[in-house]
Structures are given as C-alpha cells and as structure tokens.
Write a protein that binds this ligand. Structure first.
Ligand code: 13P
Length: 257
C-alpha cells in the first residue's frame, strides 16, 4: 500500500446467500470488523439482496456494491439493472468486467467501457476487473492482455474526459487462474502487474494514475492478505470465497491497518 491512497477491501459474494442470510452476513461484517480510519470496506451481495443489505448497512462503515450493471438508464433490457436503480437501493460502487462475466456471459471490454461511463455519470464508483488466464500467463502474454483490457475498458478518451473517469476509479487485477483455486499470485507478481497497469495509465493520462486504486483478487485469505497489501502498488483486495465468512473477512480488513 502507498499512504497517499486509502486502503480498499471488498467482498464479492458472487451468487451466494439469500436475502436474510445476506443481511446477517452484512451485519456481522459491520459489527465484527475493526476498520482502520482510512480503510474503505465494501460488500457486493446478489442483486435480490441489495435493497435489504443497503438498509441494514445504513450508518455503518461498510459500503454497498452491485456485481454488474447495464449502461442504459431504462428501457427494454430484460433482466438488467441500471446505475440509477443501483443507486436507489444504496449502492455507491459496482463491480464491472469480472472474469466470470467475461468468460461465462460474453462481457467485452467495449461494454465495460460503456458501463464505466454510465456509472460515473450517476456518481457510482466502478470496480473494474481485468486479468490474464493461465494459458495467457504461461505463453508470456500477460502484460499484452492487461494492456488490451485496460485500454479497451478506458477507451479512446481525451485526457480531460479520462481524468473524470479515472478519478476515484478502482481497478481489480484478478488473474483468472487464481480465482477460486487456492492458488494466490505471488505478492511480487501482483506488484509487477499493478505497477504495469499504473504505468500504463500514467503514460496515457498523466498524474491521475497515482490516485487510482488497484486491488488484487484471486484466493485472498486472512493469512495471505497482509503480504499482498505490503506491496506498494497493491491498494486493497477483492475477496471472493473468504468474504463469505465474517470472521475471516474481518481479519483481512485488519490486515489493511
Ligand atoms: P476468490 O477469492 O474466491 O478466489 O474469488 C476472487 C474473485 O473473483 C473476487 O471477485
């Protein structure tokens, strides 16, 4: 972590938990975690639980995130939710471009770009995910993939528009081979990828790169969080499985200080 950026710890609950279970888990996270004064903590329940969890978290130091969004405000888009609808139930954040959505549901960088712009228009902070697959890492193209995904997500913006998009943006580097596998990236490999992403943003858009928080995700647990967070360009973590256990998630939160 770098003291100029506030640590960010997010729990992605994916497709787990009913509404009442989500509310209990959110309360357990809010009541059972010692959250450092500068640390931002966020949970991302399933869409059906967002409203109830949003209510349960009112006044708590834990923010609410959705797991996906559509870029239009309303219309004939069966099954979708708009940024305004997410905001309406208390979301301040939204995950976009998760590898599960890319691999299983056809999410593209171009659509992630539209979603980023729509979220910013509504004042929601995007948590934009990217990361290479195992075969991409093994064939030595990791950084090409990261550059393609980053450039695709940010699009061909002019510097000024890009600064508006990048201010407050959260990026999550989640190597696909580390997600749900118990195989965490080495902290030094995570650092290299994060530094590469930040350098790329700086090359294209300048100093605003230093304000972008870059999270690591992929088999983060209570016993490996501190080492990852000790890296200068790892500004936080995006936690899947381990965030479903409030006590374990609390230990990860504590690792952020
Ligand atoms: P795991 O922590 O279960 O590996 O999941 C990571 C993830 O995909 C978070 O978005």
């Amino acid at each position: 972590m770098n003291p100029s950026r506030n640590p960010f710890i997010a729990g992605n609950w994916k497709m787990h938990r009913t509404v009442s279970e989500s509310v209990s888990l959110a309360r357990a996270v809010a009541d059972g975690s010692r959250i450092g004064p500068r640390t931002e903590v966020v949970v991302a329940p399933v869409a059906t639980a967002l409203a109830a969890v949003g209510k349960a978290l009112e006044g708590a130091r834990v923010g609410l995130s959705a797991q996906n969004v559509h870029w239009e405000d309303q219309g004939a888009f069966t099954g979708e939710l708009s940024p305004g609808m997410l905001k309406d139930v208390g979301c301040a954040y939204c995950i976009v471009g998760h590898s599960e959505r890319r691999q299983l549901f056809g999410e593209t960088d171009a659509n992630v770009h539209r979603k980023l712009l729509a979220l910013r228009r509504h004042g929601l902070a995007p948590i934009a995910c990217l990361g290479e697959t195992l075969s991409e890492r093994e064939s030595g193209v990791t950084y090409d993939v990261l550059r393609r995904q980053l450039d695709g997500m940010l699009g061909a913006l002019e510097r000024e528009e890009a600064t508006a998009l990048l201010t407050g943006l959260i990026i999550a580097y989640e190597p696909v081979w580390a997600i749900g596998t118990g195989r965490t990236a080495k902290s030094t490999d995570a650092q290299s990828a994060h530094a590469y992403l930040r350098d790329r943003i700086r090359d294209r858009f300048g100093e605003v790169a230093d304000t972008v928080r870059i999270l690591y995700g992929g088999s983060v647990k209570a016993d490996n969080a501190a080492e990852l967070l000790a890296q200068p360009d790892v500004d936080g973590v995006l936690v899947g499985g381990a965030s479903l256990d409030a006590a374990g998630f609390a230990r990860i939160i504590q690792a952020a200080g």
